[in-house]
Design a protein around this ligand. Sequence first.
Ligand code: GDP
Length: 446
Amino acid sequence: MVLAQLGGSISRALQQMSNATIIDEKVLNECLNEITRALLQADVQFKLVRDMSTNIKKIVNLEDLAAGHNKRRIIQQAVYNELCKILDPGKPAFTLKKGKPSVVMFVGLQGSGKTTTCTKYAYHHQKRGWKPALVCADTFRAGAFDQLKQNATKAKIPFYGSYTESDPMKIAVDGVETFKKENCDLIIVDTSGRHKQEAALFEEMRQVSEATKPDLVIFVMDSSIGQAAFDQAQAFRQSVAVGAVIITKMDGHAKGGGALSAVAATKSPIIFIGTGEHMDEFEVFDVKPFVSRLLGMGDLSGLVNKIQDVVPMDQQPELLQKLSEGHFTLRIMYEQFQNMLKMGPLGQVFSMLPGFSAEMMPQGREKESQAKFKRYMTMMDSMTDEELDSTNPKILTESRIMRIARGSGRLVHEVMEMLEEYKRLAKIFSKMKGLKIPKKGDMSSL
Ligand code: GDP
């Protein structure tokens, strides 16, 4: 998990505060000092950290909080909100439309991970039904085309480039034309980098951009530069119309927090983060789920509140009881899919969950998600009651999986994919085990 150390330190500080018998100013200050230290170590800008601490103190005015208020929850919520504020670029992420050809141009310094990220981006979209293609317009770095070719071949993504042509504009234009004719809907153009920001790089970027008229320009940046990210992102934005940012190498650097917050401060929407060298080590960046995961809370306490707010009373106790006992069965998953399809109240609840909303109900792709839920439900219709109500996925032996595939007219690997999804969700919900379920009106036990 990205920035695990930072998240761990903040959660520990909050936990220590929760363990205190009385929460007074001293306990709150100790907690905030710990959090401040952790953020500064992750290289988040001093001013942002100081403002965060001041804001929390303002919100959590201990003296003003009437007895009966749950101070712990208010403090936790304030920390969560302030972290979200630091990382929120204040601009929605750019969305492209599937089905119509879009050109996406990647820019960044040499070594930032641009070429690797182009393939990750293509691969991510390919898995979600897009038809991507890669164009290598990097004529500056020897070996760039070979690298792109190798990555593209591995991911089975069509590519275009040249060993002999030295004009990046010509390659870019020819590549884009070729793939438009082939009906690709996501044409990704990798451009040259340089070791540092220099006029020649920006000039070339402008020319390629003029020639290919991209729908989106993505700036790729290495997270290890920490706070310097602000100036770099700003410089690129001033030279080309950068519409989104991807921050790479978030796996290896304690300073990742600095890059994320600095870029957010330039008001550039961060859309993905790179978390390793492999093709699928790539995560959608969405502030709220990111902060929830950072704090290791998965937003589960919020979830209980939300269930209480929106689920009809008669449906609450059973579901909450089962979840608090760690019983997330295939039947519960089935019922939640049903709810999500109806977009009933539970739909809102589950779409709030980290890992659920981004991956299963991505915005703008509701139709695909619905088709997936229906496909999964058809398979579950071929399951026995025993299988649906078990919390032990091991009972689904090979022969049972084959029977379910046959019964639902689906392929074995599709059934296995559905079971993987179930295991992933069961893992998220397992965190609810042991969670105290408050009675209506009594929130102090959270
Ligand atoms: P370019 O010069 O900007 O095109 O950079 P490359 O794509 O060639 O990447 C430079 C190096 O960074 C390569 O060794 C990549 O494997 C590595 N790299 C790229 N993204 C990541 C990432 O998210 N995590 C890690 N650990 N390495 C990465």
